[in-house]
Ligand binder design. Structure first.
Ligand code: NDP
Length: 308
């Protein structure tokens, strides 16, 4: 059976950075790329906030740069989806279909997936005005009008961030109140160019080749139900993320939202020799640069664990 010192699951900034560090530490890591090589970042248009790219960078190029950097030091990067894991004991087992690999350490960098409403038009306008990350894409909507869907802390944070860049921000909230913390709500209500549309649901996005508007329904099913149209240039989803942890739920400690539990900014999980990096263990920051940093930490800890 094939054996490796370090197996990395996931190919976003966390996984590739872990592969760079692990290969430079002579761990000869094997990395499985998973369903979406390059990770969530590849769903955005341009990356302008990753240090080292002063002119900004196309996400596929940045991820390919990271991938090649890992390969340069000998990381074995494979396409394939991990289907099952056995992580307890000193030798871990990882299945990729029918194939089984043994590993001394495992770095989980499977990321998280933004939740979408499930509308056909979200897919039709993907990369053409639909985004799930204001910090990544907000800049492209300077002085324009955008909508943010959701009423939680993320939606409030994204709306206030976008309000600093955009002419006007609508918040589309399905309930008659915000779920967000008081302080975030206050920020929203104190910001002049944010208009909160309570009890509105999105029916569809409209526009010629890119988002130009949204059809909403107000108080659906109630006697005063009515249709509302708003003109917008961008549509931001902020209805939560789902960490990709289904494979590990039986063994790895997860929090109530399904994120892997780590402590004090360290990558150790509750299972010895298993480390978590990137968004899979980070509900708060979710940035490429923080994911990359945690991939570095995970590889360093894997090396220490093997030496120890
Ligand atoms: P939340 O789950 O807290 O909020 C999701 C929001 O999206 C809710 O308002 C929810 O509505 C709405 N929503 C969900 N599904 C749909 C749908 N299908 N259609 C319309 N609206 C929908 O997620 P967040 O990402 O905001 O936050 C996740 C966690 O991270 C929270 O614990 C939050 O406190 C934390 N966080 C903290 C921050 C901070 O402290 N600075 C910043 C960002 C996040 P409804 O209320 O009706 O369910």
């Amino acid at each position: 059976m094939e054996h490796t010192k370090c197996l990395i699951i996931g190919s976003g900034p966390a996984g590739y950075t872990a592969a760079i560090y692990a290969s430079r530490a002579n761990l000869a890591p094997i990395l499985y790329e998973g369903l979406q090589p390059g990770g969530q970042l590849t769903t955005t248009t341009e990356v302008e906030n990753f240090p080292g790219y002063p002119e900004g960078v196309e996400p596929f190029r940045m991820m390919d740069d990271m991938r090649r950097q890992a390969q340069r030091f000998g990381a074995d990067i494979r396409s394939g989806i991990v289907t099952r894991v056995e992580l307890t004991g000193s030798v871990k087992k990882i299945w990729v279909g029918d194939e089984v690999i043994e590993a001394d350490t495992v770095i989980i960098a499977t990321g998280a997936s933004a939740r979408y409403l499930g509308l056909q038009s979200e897919k039709d306008y993907a990369g053409k005005g639909v985004s799930a990350c204001a910090t990544c894409d907000g800049f492209f909507y300077r002085k324009k009008t955008v909508a943010v869907v959701g009423g939680g802390d993320t939606a409030c944070e994204e709306a206030t961030y976008l309000a600093g860049l955009c002419k006007k921000v609508y918040m589309i909230v399905r309930k008659p109140y915000l779920r967000a913390s008081e302080i975030m709500q206050k920020r929203v209500f104190d910001t002049e160019n944010i208009e909160v549309l309570f009890e509105h649901n999105t029916l569809r996005l409209t526009g010629e080749g890119k988002v130009e508007g949204a059809d909403l329904v107000y108080r659906k099913g109630e006697p005063d139900e009515k249709m509302v149209h708003i003109d917008i240039d961008g549509f931001f989803l902020a209805i939560g993320h789902t960490p990709n942890t289904q494979l590990f739920a039986d063994v790895i400690e997860l929090d109530h939202e399904g994120y892997i539990v780590t402590h004090d900014g360290r990558p150790q999980t509750n299972v010895e020799g298993v480390f978590a990096a990137g968004d899979v263990a980070d509900p708060l920051y979710r940035q490429a640069v923080t994911a990359a940093a945690s991939g570095c930490k995970a590889a360093i800890e894997a090396e220490r664990y093997l030496k120890g």
